[in-house]
Design a protein around this ligand. Structure first.
Ligand code: FMN
Length: 300
């Protein structure tokens, strides 16, 4: 009997729905036992978000400052799993605070040690550098990353900025102004995510994950948009400065307000200009972009 742990955090329940659908083929397999474990913090983040709390989460999210996590059930701590499916979301270009806290906390080493892990992220669209941070965290608990599935909101970047923020602040996945698309991973994509589960199940039963990520990528598990990769990298450098400044500051509230304005200008004024420059330079950077795309689709 194979044992699979689905370890996850999800505020809106979107990622839980993805995981439910994705693990369907695995759960239907008689020879596999699937256990769910939701990550819980001592002090939960409220959903929907209040604007102040949303920005207040920035420095600790980006700097990956852990909080206290509640203990998983004894059964989870005492079982050696054949595979862990880790469901996470991105907060400020980093793994969300609950995920980061769990991976840095007192229970992760016991659960993850020497265990194959498939990461499943459900984010807006900027997940690439957060996945790099997840790789580091998994290495620190001696886990073996064997697969990655990154599901995103596939609408135009600036559209999803508006619609996802509305969702986070209202708690409703609705059509902003009546005509913008609903935010988040599309219903169709959630419904089709069982195809990834079929791949995972087959490799799990084979007891070897050689070639799995290539198959997952071929079935559409990871889309890398090169402009977003370039933005993600640039924003990480800038967030490093802002988060350090705000984290240490006695004027946290004021600085967070300024950061809020800065983000607005960066997203609505700077990023379209950077996008045009990026497109103009595309032919010159073609080889590097293709190399990066391949790398970020992989698990190395
Ligand atoms: C505080 C905060 C920051 C976020 N930052 C990012 C980000 O940097 N990149 C991204 O793609 N999505 C970002 N998101 C969207 C989340 O990754 C995720 O899609 C959304 O919160 C829904 O996840 P859920 O399953 O927890 O409900 C952010 C969300 C929150 C609440």
């Amino acid at each position: 009997m194979k044992k699979v742990l689905v370890l996850y955090y999800s505020q809106s329940g979107q990622l839980k729905r993805v995981l439910d659908r994705l693990t369907e083929p695995i759960r239907q397999e008689g020879n596999v036992e699937v256990t769910y474990c939701e990550i819980q913090l001592e002090h939960e983040f409220l959903f929907p978000w209040k604007k102040e709390a949303f920005f207040n989460a920035f420095p600790e999210s980006y700097k990956q400052v852990p909080q206290t996590v509640l203990s998983p059930p004894a059964e989870v701590l005492n079982t050696k799993y054949d595979l862990i499916i880790l469901g996470y979301q991105v907060w400020y270009l980093s793994p969300s605070i609950p995920i980061n806290s769990f991976l840095k906390g007192p229970y992760a080493q016991t659960i993850f040690n020497d265990t194959p892990v498939v990461t499943v992220s459900g984010s807006r669209n900027m997940w690439v550098m957060a996945q790099q941070k997840i790789k580091t965290l998994l290495k620190e608990v001696n886990a073996k990353l064997v697969g990655n599935i990154a599901l995103v909101d596939r609408h135009i970047n600036l559209v999803s900025v508006i619609t996802i923020v509305d969702w986070m602040f209202s708690g409703q996945q609705r059509k902003v102004w009546g005509f913008l698309p609903k935010p988040g991973i599309s219903e169709e994509e959630i419904a089709n995510s069982n195809r990834f589960g079929v791949v995972l199940r087959d490799y799990l039963l084979k007891d070897s994950y050689q070639g799995m990520q290539t198959e997952l990528v071929a079935s559409g598990a990871v889309e890398v948009r090169h402009f977003l990769v370039s933005m993600d990298k640039k924003a990480n450098r800038i967030f490093k400065v802002w988060s350090t400044l705000i984290y240490k500051s006695k004027n946290r509230r004021t600085l967070l307000k300024i950061f809020n304005y800065y983000l607005f200008i960066a997203i609505w004024l700077v990023s379209p200009i950077v996008h045009i420059i990026h497109l103009l330079l595309y032919p010159l950077n073609y080889r590097r972009i293709k190399r990066e795309e391949k790398y970020f689709q992989g698990i190395d």
